[in-house]
Design a protein around this ligand. Structure first.
Ligand code: ZN
Length: 475
């Protein structure tokens, strides 16, 4: 396709979505555009179908291939031109006056583009040129289909006041939330809008801008660089604790209150549902018609689930961005295989739910790609490395440390250190990361497996006697 846009090196495609607050007149115009787009899509689909049917019929009469009715071209341009010829006859009211001019021609064009894409996918799929699931022949859009339409050219603007967007024909619409992030990037020339899609979903109109965005290779100017090397522990009590190899705590992020509140409410609803008459009667050991109260509670549970998931996702993104931007080298545990799921233990006993439930794998994945965006490095400890059980003061390793122990108390009587358990783990991870970094540096950048014997991290963090750190000044 000629109009397919190649994303330049160092740029990525990104979508920004906002809920709209249209006036009643604008709502009607949005409705009309969606209807117009559906009309164009269905009109051209009907034409393509009729053409295919005609050719099938002719073939069955034994008409030579060369004499068949010519195929109706499926490219976006032909569909669009074809629709523009037809619209004067089909997009008219009973009295013959045309209605098509009231919508932006872009809405029709974009519907033709979507149809061309759907036909191409179907065609390639049936010819075996397309991977994945089989794509069926496009179907007509009914009034109950998702109402949507799009613009690729024309006046598409994110207004400087951060609270309005301008779209062709629809004019300037109010957006529900601030467009600050996108507006800033557009103003700085670091983003370009390729397409605006408008759709009606769950009771409101949304606009989504598909953009090419330049990825910042350096951290944004407003983000302070907190330390060169840190270890990050996903805490039992707090979300994360970050510390330097020297034992300084540089960051401690607590689970947001609203998330705690939302999770608590979700659990309360689940308990409520358990008291109500659900679809299973345990006493009679039989199915039954659930009560209306139970059904109502289920609805509330579903929407509360969505809310909690959104809060978690938002939290996780902010956290991984902060880490990737604030430090050069970040040491973490091997998160995906953290022993937390073993015997269902850690999760139940309270490993911070906010991160556990949002998925350690997701935390790990985000940290990986964000460190590559901001040219920081992530070092993962060997999965058996006992970051929590190791004393950051003397290096001795405890046999057992239960999750309820919030303080690390060293068993070594010569040491006797008492320290916040998450901070202790973070310090160990920071030292591990530093050791790994210098090992990589020494071996000329070749990757080496991360292992660090406990003895290597035998540095007392809170001592101030100057001679404490054998490698403290090395980095
Ligand atoms: Zn110790």
């Amino acid at each position: 396709m000629a109009e397919r846009f190649e994303v330049p090196d160092g740029w990525v495609l990104q979508a920004y979505q906002y809920a709209l607050d249209p006036t009643p007149a604008q709502s009607a115009a949005l409705e009309s555009h969606a209807g117009g787009a559906r009309f164009a899509y269905n009109t051209m689909l009907r034409a393509v179908k009729a053409n295919l049917g005609q050719r099938e019929a002719e073939k069955s009469y034994g008409i030579a291939n060369a004499d068949l009715t010519p195929t109706l071209a499926w490219s976006f341009q032909s569909l669009r031109n074809d629709f523009n010829r037809r619209k004067h006859h089909v997009a008219v009211r009973e009295d013959g006056t045309p209605w098509w001019p009231k919508n932006s021609k872009e809405a029709y064009a974009n519907a033709c583009r979507n149809l061309a894409e759907a036909l191409k996918n179907w065609d390639e799929s049936r010819k075996g040129k397309r991977k994945g699931r089989r794509v069926g022949f496009p179907s007509f859009k009914s009034k109950r289909s998702t109402r949507s339409f799009g613009f690729t050219t024309g006046t598409i603007k994110v207004e400087p006041d951060r609270h309005h967007v301008t779209l062709p024909r629809l004019g300037t619409l109010r957006v529900h939330e601030s467009t600050r992030k996108l507006a800033r990037r557009l103003e700085a020339g670091m983003a370009r809008v390729l397409k605006a899609t408008v759709r009606f979903e769950r009771g409101r109109w949304l606009v989504s801008f598909t953009c090419v965005v330049e990825r910042a290779a350096a951290r944004p100017a407003h983000v302070k660089r907190l330390a060169p090397v840190v270890g990050v522990d996903l805490g039992v009590k707090d979300l994360i604790v970050a510390a330097t190899p020297e034992g300084r705590e540089v960051l401690r992020v607590q689970a947001p209150k609203e998330l705690k509140r939302a999770s608590r409410k979700l659990r309360a609803l689940q308990r409520k549902a358990a008291r109500q008459a659900g679809p299973w009667d345990a006493a009679a050991n039989a199915r039954r018609e659930p009560s209306r109260g139970w059904l109502r509670t289920q609805q509330a549970i579903a929407s509360q689930h969505v809310r909690v998931a959104n809060l978690r996702r938002d939290r996780l993104h902010k956290l991984t961005t902060l880490l990737a931007q604030s430090f050069d080298v970040i040491g973490t545990e091997t998160l995906a295989v953290r022993n937390m799921m073993a015997a269902g233990g850690a999760r139940k006993k309270g490993l911070n739910r906010s991160i556990a439930d949002a998925g350690l794998g997701e935390f790990s994945r985000q940290l990986d790609y964000k460190t590559s965006w901001y040219s920081s490095t992530r070092v993962q400890a060997d999965r058996w490395y006992p970051s929590s059980k190791t004393c950051s003061g003397c290096g001795s390793v405890k046999a057992k440390l239960s999750l309820s122990e919030r303080l690390y108390v060293c068993d070594n009587t010569d040491c006797g250190m008492v320290i916040d358990r998450d901070l202790n783990a973070a310090i160990n991870l920071a030292r591990l990361a530093r050791a790994e970094q210098s090992a990589r540096f020494d071996s000329g950048g070749a990757d080496r497996k991360t292992t660090a014997p406990a003895a290597q991290v035998a540095v007392k963090p809170e001592s101030s006697n100057g001679s404490a750190s054998p490698q403290g000044e090395a980095a």
